[in-house]
Design a binder for this molecule. Structure first.
Ligand SMILES: [Zn+2]
Ligand SMILES: [Zn+2]
Length: 485
């Protein structure tokens, strides 16, 4: 047992040599480790990882991504490799949210002909083997017994589902097993360091993520966009009520295929979260000449909910919606583009969800905040500065007495387009612009809500759209309604 324990420090240290050499070394250590015991084959951490520091009240900022794909649906790598990327890159929590499937039971894929490995299946499998060891990777050849087992796997549709496609069921084909979350999460999870949260992207006509669910939720359908959002959101809330487990729905990428308008979103009572920034390059975060960008839609939704509908705020999430990982030939949706920083005492789903639901978090595509305080008559922010980078903070809100009128956007032939309507400039006004690392805004008292965006002078390296700067989004507060600190 002593020899075994002595192994651990070694395995926590990432070799200084290049990544390939590092992987081989880790694999070699993993083999040694397996020879000595039946324990897990894998444990490492980023050499540069710095644990977060608690503030005076014992709260930490936890970094997490709530929208992630793996080979369980249309991501192009094995779930362990995906989880490894996030842990290695300093994240504290990760929700794997594949399309219409939760990673339970068994899913077999053809390692090279699977449509989502996009020609990189051989490299992906090799990397998976090197990093986790041949004993960890499970393969099998299709035989008569396999056919019998297949009959017991529910068919499932879309890119989710657990059955391999027909063309991969011929006798003699070698398949790789995708492990369920509960089999591999223990490789990565550590108290106060890394947490995995079960999730699903309910992929209907529109997409809704369910985070920390207890059971699979099938698509609910609906006769309109609004009804489809409502039905899928309601299904998550129903499961929460029935099980007592905290979980929440969030609306994904509203501008993907221009599916969702601000008018569709605003009246959905239980919609508390949407993606204001999605790192997938097809998500159209910034809109175009005809379609509003997501921040503009956010202001319209907030104004109408608070000013006209007596509904609560909707919070804005930044997420990766990552599909393309190591060795991928595509950079359409790489990991690391957008995340949330959640402020709570403990790294547990319950603590994180409670903090998210009380707006005690911010979203980021690069900017780090050390403090956000909404109390009394002020919203104040402390930015953790980087050398040579400057910061501009815009406080955004709508004042009472705004003009609520709107008009439709018309097409070339004068027809009304099914896009977010045009509203007055009173909505989502920049109330103040502050330079520097300690921006603050004092409420005048007539604001329906105030939120902030921090824009840095630094170009975002692995950008969602070319030329974008790193940002942070501070969640909306209703003056007088919320006090955090
Ligand atoms: Zn989606
Ligand atoms: Zn997605």
């Amino acid at each position: 047992m002593n020899a075994l324990l002595a192994c651990f420090p070694m395995m926590k240290t990432r070799p200084a040599a290049g990544p390939a050499a590092g992987r081989t070394a880790v694999a070699a250590i993993a083999v040694l480790f397996l020879a000595a015991s039946a324990a897990y084959p894998y444990s490492r951490d980023a050499g540069s990882y710095e644990p977060p520091e608690a503030d005076a009240d014992g709260y930490y900022w936890w970094k997490g991504n709530l929208h992630t794909h793996t080979l369980w649906s249309d991501g192009d790598h094995y779930p362990e490799v995906v989880a490894d990327w996030y842990k290695e890159n300093g994240y504290h929590f990760l929700a794997l949210s594949d399309h219409n499937v939760i990673s339970r039971g068994t899913k077999w894929i053809h390692p090279t002909e699977h449509r989502f490995t996009r020609g990189t299946g051989a490299e992906a499998l090799q990397l998976y083997r090197e990093r986790f060891g041949d004993d960890w990777v499970e393969t099998r050849v299709v035989d008569e017994t396999f056919y019998a087992e297949l009959d017991r796997i529910p068919p499932g549709g879309g890119s989710g589902g657990r059955r391999p496609p027909e063309e991969h069921m011929e006798l003699g084909q070698e398949l790789v097993r995708l492990k369920p979350l509960n089999e591999f999460r223990t490789l990565f999870e550590e108290p106060g360091r890394f947490l995995m949260i079960e999730a699903e992207e309910i992929t209907d006509f529109i997409h809704v993520n369910a985070t920390n669910l207890v059971d699979f939720i099938p698509t609910q359908g609906g006769d309109s966009v609004r009804e489809t959002i409502e039905n899928n959101v309601a299904a998550v809330m129903r499961q929460r009520e029935e099980t007592g487990q905290p979980m929440f729905p969030h609306l994904n990428h509203p501008n993907w295929r221009w599916r969702v308008t601000a008018e569709d979103m605003a009246p959905v009572e239980d919609l508390r979260f949407f993606e204001v920034y999605n790192g997938h390059r097809n998500s159209r975060n910034y809109g175009d000449d005809t379609h509003k960008g997501l921040e503009r839609m956010w202001d319209i939704v907030l104004t109408r909910r608070i000013g006209e509908m007596d509904l609560g705020v909707v919070y804005g999430l930044a997420v990766d919606d990552s599909h393309n990982y190591e060795d991928s030939t595509s950079d359409v949706s790489r990991p690391g583009r957008g995340w949330v920083m959640v402020r709570s005492k403990f790294l547990t789903p319950e603590n994180l969800i409670a903090a998210l639901e009380s707006g005690d978090f911010y979203s980021s595509s690069g900017v780090t905040l050390s403090r956000v305080a909404a109390g009394g008559d002020t919203l104040s922010i402390e930015i953790e500065p980087e050398d040579g980078v400057t910061y501009t903070t815009e406080f955004v809100g709508t004042r009472r007495g705004y003009d609520p009128e709107s008009e439709p956007v018309l097409g070339e032939d004068g027809e009304e387009l099914e896009v977010t309507r045009r509203y007055s400039d009173d909505i989502g006004v920049v109330l103040a612009t502050v330079e520097g690392t300690n921006p603050a805004y004092t409420f005048r008292g007539d604001e329906l809500y105030v939120r902030a965006r921090v824009i840095s002078s630094k170009d975002k390296e692995d950008y969602y759209s070319e030329g974008e700067k790193e940002k942070a989004w501070v969640q909306p507060v209703i003056p007088g309604a919320r006090a955090t600190e």
